[in-house]
Ligand binder design. Structure first.
Ligand SMILES: [Zn+2]
Length: 67
């Protein structure tokens, strides 16, 4: 089970999709305008966490305190 953060590129609607497994193309549909032009958003803690270059000082997020 997983929850994916998605965003509709057509109308800009942000929504979450609850998927029992991996996200498939068939799951990428906007509930507002039924557009298939939906992209998956990245989790905020994964942005700016590049392991290359400057050594990589990336601490994993502590459970319970996120959000
Ligand atoms: Zn939409």
């Amino acid at each position: 089970m997983a929850i994916y953060d998605l965003k509709c590129e057509s109308c800009g609607h942000d929504f979450e999709k609850f998927v029992p497994g991996f996200l498939k193309e068939e799951h990428k549909q906007c509930p507002e305008c039924d557009s298939r032009d939906v992209v998956q958003k990245f989790n905020s803690f994964s942005i700016g966490c590049s392991s290359s270059a400057s050594g990589g000082s990336c601490a994993p997020p502590r459970s319970g305190g996120f959000g």
